[in-house]
Design a protein around this ligand. Structure first.
Ligand SMILES: NC(=O)C1=CN([C@@H]2O[C@H](COP(=O)(O)OP(=O)(O)OC[C@H]3O[C@@H](n4cnc5c(N)ncnc54)[C@H](OP(=O)(O)O)[C@@H]3O)[C@@H](O)[C@H]2O)C=CC1
Ligand SMILES: O=C(O)C(=O)Cc1ccc(O)cc1
Length: 432
């Protein structure tokens, strides 16, 4: 492996993270982005002798032994069609896209037959320390020797390798990532529709609300294509996102009707399916999240000693309803989960394993009208995202995302600082 060269096509956030970490560990890298970024990238990597910037993917492909495509999911087909035929004889090729169906199809179609296919997916954003985070390895068409080479190169990330097929990967990430994002995207849309910065309204500050707000802002501060790609292009995700919207609508209607009995019965039945019976729970003895920790990461002000206002937690109740309807046991996906999913499952578990909190949420749901208009907007938003994903409308998705991104944009700087601290503390304190 002495002269082994790793090629990186796409030097955005993930490509650069790989370039920096792999070269720091001593691997020789050849990398490119689109041609107009050539000079800027050369300047950026000027001091790094282990990273050679190329003008295009042909130059990377012809000289690299293992090539990783880290480009937008919607572009992967065209990019592989362009550079795939230039792949070095006998090389290994993989991709980093969040959804494997289009990537594998493009590889099968455009790569020469002598090339092995071993894909990967780091299950975390570029700003998260990859150590101990799951890294999916997909040995799609490869000799054991090629898989071993890929694992040796990527071992420098310190992630936990999880071996899956492309189909298993897409199924699990639809259950974990796509539907989790749908919940936070809907919260952002709802707050935007009511023109609220939720942390400026005292009723929103504290505990579970901190997680909702911080993660919502984190998602809207990122690039739209990452979230659009993994929802729209994953053939498994449509069902989950549509069910989430149906669950939100059904629970909201029960709230409007003031039917506490029916609401309670539905939520408790879902709880039993997802979290097990009270005498045989599926959760661990230790909660996934320490609730005290959540209080520390607020963007808003709270008077000392003031408890967070009760909330009906429609977004969380609907998540459990959705899992129950689809027969998903979220704990089964922990080996292949992102930090956001673990956080989301952690707060959901917190509400469902604290009987007082769940009872209060159900009582508030029918008695307290404070949240009615927010919840109406949340319901519209969840249905809007679901429709957009079902129709596969990238442009509408982009527009929906960017208008809300613009609304929250002035707050991203502060939110990123608090959000990063929260993620770090939560990751350190949660079991994986
Ligand atoms: N961000 C995240 O949290 C994670 C993302 N992923 C996945 O990784 C992939 C990359 O994501 P990320 O790095 O965040 O996105 P970025 O947009 O930051 O990076 C993608 C880069 O690829 C470039 N590109 C597009 N076409 C070509 C081409 N023909 N030749 C060379 N470069 C090209 C893009 O250029 P241009 O902008 O000009 O199009 C862009 O710079 C996506 O598929 C994403 O789903 C996986 C795990 C985590
Ligand atoms: O943790 C999450 O769900 C994120 O939002 C970050 C992210 C985005 C895309 C991926 O393919 C993997 C991780």
């Amino acid at each position: 492996m002495e002269d082994f060269v790793v090629g990186l096509i796409g030097m955005g956030d993930m490509g650069k993270m790989y370039a920096q970490r792999l070269s720091a560990a001593g691997w020789k890298i050849m990398a490119c982005d689109t041609e107009e970024k050539y000079e800027a990238l050369r300047k950026e990597f000027d001091g790094n002798n282990d990273v050679q910037i190329c003008r295009n993917g042909h130059l990377v492909s012809r000289a690299s032994d293992y090539i990783i495509y880290s480009v937008e999911a919607a572009a992967i087909h065209n990019v592989i069609a362009q550079y795939g035929p230039s792949t070095k004889l006998g090389a290994i090729v993989g991709g980093q896209t969040s959804c494997k169906d289009p990537e594998i199809k493009a590889f099968e179609r455009h790569l020469p037959a002598d090339v092995d296919i071993v894909s990967c997916h780091s299950l975390h954003g570029p700003g998260v320390d990859p150590r101990n985070q799951p890294l999916v390895i997909i040995a799609h068409r490869a000799s054991p020797a090629s898989v071993a080479k890929v694992e040796m190169v990527l071992s420098v990330l310190g992630s936990k390798h999880v071996h899956l097929s492309a189909k298993e990967h897409d199924r699990i990430t639809a259950d974990t990532q796509a539907v989790t994002h749908a919940a936070f995207l809907s919260m952002g849309k709802a707050w935007h529709a009511n023109r609220q910065f939720p942390w400026e309204m005292t009723r929103y500050v504290g505990g579970v609300e901190n997680v909702k707000i911080n993660i919502m802002l984190r998602i809207y501060s990122q690039k739209w294509h990452v979230y659009a790609g993994l929802a729209i292009l994953n053939p498994e995700a449509r069902k989950q996102i549509s069910q989430y919207a149906r669950s939100v609508t059904a629970l909201y209607k029960l709230m409007l009707e003031g039917d506490l009995g029916a609401l309670r019965a539905r939520v408790l039945a879902a709880k039993e399916k997802v979290f097990g019976r009270d005498d045989a729970p599926l959760w661990d003895d230790q909660p996934l999240l320490n609730p005290d920790l959540l209080e520390r990461f607020s963007l808003g002000r709270k008077e000392p000693g003031e408890a967070p206002r009760a909330n009906n937690h429609l977004s969380l109740l609907a998540m459990v309803d959705c899992w129950a309807e689809l027969g998903i046991i979220p704990y089964n996906h922990m080996v292949c989960s992102t930090p956001l999913f673990r956080l989301w499952l952690g707060v959901t578990e917190h509400v469902f394993r604290s009987p007082g909190v769940l009872d209060e949420a159900l009582r508030v749901a029918v008695e307290d009208r404070t949240y009615r208009s927010d919840d109406l907007e949340f319901t519209f938003a969840a249905r809007g995202w679901a429709e957009c994903v079902s129709l596969g409308h990238f442009e509408t998705w982009k527009n929906r995302f960017e208008t809300t991104q613009e609304f929250f944009e002035p707050r991203f700087k502060d939110a990123t600082v608090v959000g990063n601290a929260m993620m770090k503390a939560v990751l350190e304190s949660t079991r994986n």
